[in-house]
Design a protein around this ligand. Structure first.
Ligand code: CA2
Length: 146
């Protein structure tokens, strides 16, 4: 497999490990990226991790992925619940998409129960903490190998 798997994180996820550990845990986004890089080595794939607080930047990266990525793992953060633009961009991407939420969005406020991205994603992981990213990477590798 030559193209990397994009791991995209949306708004406020740069604060991971720094605030609200009771919801999002103690690991930072840099910790998660390092774990994914190690797992990717083991699975003999490449990952490219990026985070933005800006919807348009996420749309740009998803468009870039059309040429440059084998698959997309995305935690769109709060944009999950609001962004038709991110959904449209993902719909224009031909490879597999997996959606990750650190918290169980279904156990939280009603406005978090719907995600626009879920209608495009091959699978959704929610409530597994930051371990969800590694689970998604393993699943992505299976999907790409199938
Ligand atoms: O559970 C998730 O991963 C979420 O995508 C996280 C989003 C939230 O809006 C979604 O409903 C569920 C929020 C990300 C905020 O991340 C923070 C991390 C640490 C401290 C403060 C915010």
């Amino acid at each position: 497999m030559t193209k990397p798997i994009y791991v995209l994180n949306g708004p406020n996820l740069n604060l991971l490990g720094l605030r609200q550990p009771e919801i999002y845990g103690h690991e930072t986004l840099a910790d998660v990226a390092a774990q994914l890089a190690a797992l990717a080595d083991q699975l003999q794939v490449q990952v490219h991790c990026a985070q933005s607080n800006h919807e348009g930047q996420l749309v740009d990266w998803i468009q870039e992925a059309r040429q440059s990525a084998a698959g997309i793992i995305i935690n769109p953060g709060a944009y999950s619940h609001t962004s038709v633009a991110i959904l449209d961009a993902l719909n224009a991407f031909e490879g597999p998409v997996l959606e990750v939420h650190i918290s169980n969005i279904h156990k939280r406020e009603a406005f978090r129960h719907h995600s626009f991205v879920s209608s495009r994603a091959e699978g959704v992981i929610a409530g597994f903490g930051t371990e969800g990213y590694a689970l998604a990477l393993r699943r992505m590798v299976s999907l790409l190998a199938a």
